[in-house]
Design a protein around this ligand. Sequence first.
Ligand SMILES: Cc1cc2nc3c(=O)[nH]c(=O)nc-3n(C[C@H](O)[C@H](O)[C@H](O)COP(=O)(O)OP(=O)(O)OC[C@H]3O[C@@H](n4cnc5c(N)ncnc54)[C@H](O)[C@@H]3O)c2cc1C
Length: 432
Amino acid sequence: MSQPYSMQDEIRLPGFTGTVHLPGEAGYDEGRRSMNPSVDARPALVAEAYGAGDVRAALLAARGHGVPFAVQATGHGTHAACDDGILVRTSPMASVLVDPARRIARVGPGARWGEVIAAAAPFGLAPLSGSSPTVGVTGYTLGGGLGWLARKHGFASDSVLRAEVLLADGRHVTASADSHPELFWALRGGGGGFGVVTSLEFRLYPVAEVFSGFAYFPIEAAAPMLAAYRSWIDDAPDEISTALVLKRMPDDEQVPAAVRGRHVVQLKVVHAGTADQARRLLAPLWRAAGPALLDETRTTTYAATAMGGTPARQLDLLDTVTDSVVGALVRAAEHAQTIEIRHWGGAMGRPGPDAGPVTHRSTKLSVIVDTVLPELAGELRPYANGGTFLNFLADTSRTAAAYTAADLGRLRAVKRAYDPDGFFRVGHVVPA
Ligand SMILES: Cc1cc2nc3c(=O)[nH]c(=O)nc-3n(C[C@H](O)[C@H](O)[C@H](O)COP(=O)(O)OP(=O)(O)OC[C@H]3O[C@@H](n4cnc5c(N)ncnc54)[C@H](O)[C@@H]3O)c2cc1C
């Protein structure tokens, strides 16, 4: 029976072998830091775990003291504060094992994508990672995981084979197609509210070189490029992934002189194929744009495709680019640092029969803005499907918007079965 916790009580972690950081101590601020600037968490302590046993010890201590509990690998997706509770940092648990024969990786919960990419590359393999190598593999994958190869190979969660999971009652179980299959289903897109994943196994794909990079055009090209994008995306094969970014480039010496301080359209591309194929495919967009200010596209390694993302302060999922949408985006570009229009679809919309609860799979486009623009939101509303991808959602009161009603019902049933008291309640959590 847990005792009511008072701030005067000292939280003890029997059996915990990792490092504990208390408020005011070195490591506390670093450990609690979120990349979401609106989250300023004040946990009672930060517990840096060195193994699954440590995570379990911290979980049981949180239960015993009746305090909140949360897990953080990197802070990239921490959108709610674990105030007065135990915040477990899994960063030291960053093992990465690659089985090149079976094309599988098994990682610890602290592993980041850069580490998996580096471990897989010598075998000509790649994971379904996203825009940044510093994002954590587990948080990304539990939220679905949309990367540059998603149109070709689907969401990262579609490639998960098994997970070791620490449940709310302290039991450790294996979730796979044959073991706790409902939990396995929920983990593949349902987020971190069902247990602490202490090991994750997923498929890798043969991708050695890709054609990728940026090309920059004057902002005046935005309207014709967006208009051309409308039909271009319908014919684009799954091998090619693109985004059009309406962007103010920093006036900074690091930025190439041709685009420094300019308002531009940045074409981002990753093509799992040859440069000739990619240039042929991109020709209609390029024709609509006119001459590039700067072309940095080239054949390169998959590791070099980490091209950065846009912080999603505002997100809409669209199925089409009408003239009104083009007009609204071009007008809004005046008021934002970055507006990213990204093309999805392909294999994302063709899940296997046992795929997890990731939804909005057939969404063609996302519009991500780095600031809140209510006027743009209003103008896009008639064309937006009202949904969101969990990984791009900061507002934890809107978690349900990432799921269909049927999947939400099934997720709640899994939550009731595996966490009936709602022990995991910080962050994107589906209620029981
Ligand atoms: C710069 C940047 C680029 C991004 N690019 C992409 C992208 O290209 N595609 C994409 O899909 N997403 C992208 N994201 C979103 C990212 O996938 C999510 O924010 C994800 O939650 C990050 O996971 P993390 O472990 O790094 O973050 P953390 O903040 O450490 O964890 C986030 C949440 O994940 C859950 N979690 C983490 N570890 C565990 C665990 N072991 N067990 C159970 N739950 C756990 C918890 O709910 C936790 O609150 C990006 C985010 C940023 C900031």
